[in-house]
Design a protein around this ligand. Structure first.
Ligand SMILES: [Zn+2]
Length: 156
C-alpha cells in the first residue's frame, strides 16, 4: 500500500558535514513506492509514524551507487564548442553513442578538461536525520499522477 509521507531531513556525510537540509523549507513530501528518494532511505521511513525521529544511515550502494571510474574522463578543450563556459563546477549534458548523462567539469589543466559524470553523492555513505511530519493515504489524483500534491510535493 502506498502512502504520502512528509518529512524533514538533514543530510550529512559520514564526517558529520551537512550537505543538504529541508529545514527552513516545507518538509519533503513523497509518494512511497514511486522511486522519489533513494531506496535505502525509503525502506526505513515507511515504517515510521508522524512525530518519529531517526538517524538513517544509507550505504553508497543503496543511495547513489559507487563512483564509476569510467565516468571520469579527460577531454581536449578543442572538443567543446567555442562558446562553452569551461569553468570548474559547470555542468553540461552529454548525449552521444558512448555516453549520456550530466557531466561536471572537475578540473582544468591547460587544454585538458577533466570531466566527471558521477552523481555528486556517488560513493558516499549518507546520514539522514529524519523527522516525520505527515503520514496519510494518497488521494486518487496523487496515485494517478505518481507523486504527492501540496507544499513540498508537486504544484499544478
Ligand atoms: Zn500531480
Amino acid at each position: 500500500m502506498q502512502n504520502i509521507i512528509g518529512f524533514h531531513y538533514t543530510l550529512k556525510d559520514k564526517n558529520g558535514e551537512i550537505m543538504d537540509s529541508s529545514r527552513g523549507r516545507p518538509p519533503m513530501l513523497i509518494l512511497t513506492g514511486a522511486q522519489q528518494i533513494v531506496p535505502g532511505l525509503e525502506k526505513e521511513i515507511i515504517g515510521m509514524k508522524k512525530g518519529d525521529t531517526k538517524t538513517v544511515i544509507v550505504a553508497a550502494k543503496d543511495a547513489y551507487g559507487p563512483v564509476q571510474e569510467q565516468l571520469m574522463m579527460t577531454v581536449q578543450r578543442s572538443q567543446f564548442p567555442p562558446e562553452a563556459d569551461l569553468t570548474v563546477g559547470v555542468q553540461f549534458r552529454v548525449n552521444n553513442d558512448d555516453q549520456q548523462g550530466i557531466f561536471t567539469i572537475a578540473k582544468i589543466d591547460g587544454d585538458n578538461i577533466h570531466i566527471d559524470g558521477n552523481h555528486p553523492m556517488a560513493g558516499k555513505e549518507l546520514h539522514f536525520d529524519i523527522e516525520i511530519t505527515e503520514k496519510r493515504m494518497p488521494s486518487p489524483d496523487e496515485l494517478a499522477h505518481g507523486h504527492a500534491h501540496g507544499p513540498g510535493g508537486a504544484h499544478h
